[in-house]
Design a protein around this ligand. Structure first.
Ligand code: NDP
Length: 322
């Protein structure tokens, strides 16, 4: 089969389009013919070695496609499924653990089905788990027009929260407002001060910070006393070590560095979050904005665009026509 392979970690150029043997599913897996693979920031961390994977490896964690073979004979061949947590998804075929699959309802575009789970479930655990938003809550979302950012904004609004969003360009600002943000800011060293001004002089209940190094200090400044900072990513680089006494200085704030893995680890939790996302998309309550779709062979271009802040919403790789 054709796949994207990383033989040595590094920049986008190490994503090589090549031919490799087909993967073989074990008893608890299902073999899927991939139609669309989702592209996520975490894929860049594996590619550049920030997260470890033994080389050579095929990156990618999520996608959509048709079941080619189920060793247990439970799922009919040709069933359209979507998945997350299947390492090796940038390929024509991938083995997916059966509990990480959901059926794709009629009417979903492959681009949406292939990119909805990782970002959708992340937005779900951040807004329903890490800090439970409700009517009257206030939150600040960094990278507000990115893949997670646009989905989290919509979920937060549907829960009744006030959403402050941070983006880098006019076009991104428009998208953040269209997703429901109440006010959109630009990154600056006075971000926290501006947010507090808009928030009636108070810090926000929770900051969802996927940018990391460049925004971390403003995130600590922007949260209210006893509020929560959810540092869930590092698009600008990892936050350097710091003195925990800072959490005291900012008013006994809570800091967490959450992961989707930990927030889908309880029995039934993956299905609960995945089905919540599928249902919200079906009902029209959650709209995925797929801003770019690249042929599988152009994965390097997709990573380069994502890391140079050229993309908005979700981006995908087209693997085969359906
Ligand atoms: P995005 O689509 O949000 O792309 C990243 C965005 O980050 C850019 O578009 C850019 O938006 C912003 N950004 C700010 N500074 C930089 C920088 N120096 N370099 C590059 N981008 C920058 O990606 P995802 O939605 O896939 O992921 C967003 C974050 O969430 C990532 O950090 C990712 O690792 C994390 N994540 C964490 C998960 C978890 O469970 N912990 C799960 C999923 C994602 P702008 O130009 O507006 O600033």
């Amino acid at each position: 089969m054709h796949a994207i392979q990383v033989k040595q970690t590094g920049g986008p150029e190490v994503l090589e389009y090549t031919e490799v043997p087909d993967p073989q599913p074990n008893h608890n897996q299902v073999l899927v013919d991939v139609v669309v693979a989702g592209v996520n920031y975490i894929d860049t961390y594996y590619r550049d070695g920030t997260y470890h994977a033994a080389t050579p490896f095929i990156p990618g964690l999520e996608g959509t496609g048709r079941v080619a073979h189920d060793p247990q004979g439970e799922i009919a061949e040709g069933t359209m499924v979507a998945w997350d947590s299947a390492f090796g998804s940038y390929a024509e075929k991938v083995c997916v653990d059966r509990e990480r699959l959901v059926a794709v309802p009629e009417g979903f575009s492959p681009e949406v089905a292939g990119s909805m789970l990782l970002q959708g479930m992340t937005a779900h655990y951040l807004s329903h788990g890490v800090y439970k938003l409700q009517a009257g809550s206030t939150c600040l979302i960094t990278a507000g027009s990115g893949g997670v950012g646009l989905i989290l904004t919509q979920m937060a609004k549907s829960l009744g929260a006030t959403v402050y969003s941070v983006v880098s360009t006019d076009k991104k600002e428009e998208l953040a407002y269209a997703a429901g943000a109440d006010h959109v800011f630009r990154y600056s060293s006075s971000l926290a001060e501006q947010v507090r001004r808009y928030n009636k002089g108070r810090g926000v209940d929770v900051v969802y910070d996927g940018v990391g190094k460049d925004t971390f200090n403003e995130s600590l400044e922007a949260v209210r006393a006893r509020g929560t900072v959810a540092l869930f990513g590092a698009a600008s680089g990892p936050v350097p070590p710091f003195d925990p006494q800072l959490l005291n200085k900012h008013g006994s704030i809570f800091l967490t560095r959450p992961s989707l893995g930990a927030w889908t680890a309880e029995p039934g939790e993956f299905q609960m979050r995945a089905q919540a996302v599928v249902q919200a998309v079906s009902d029209g309550d959650l709209k995925f904005d797929i801003s770019a779709s690249y042929p599988l062979a152009d994965a390097a271009q997709a990573h380069s665009d994502l890391q140079s802040r050229k993309t908005t919403g979700s981006i995908v790789l087209r693997v085969r026509e359906d």
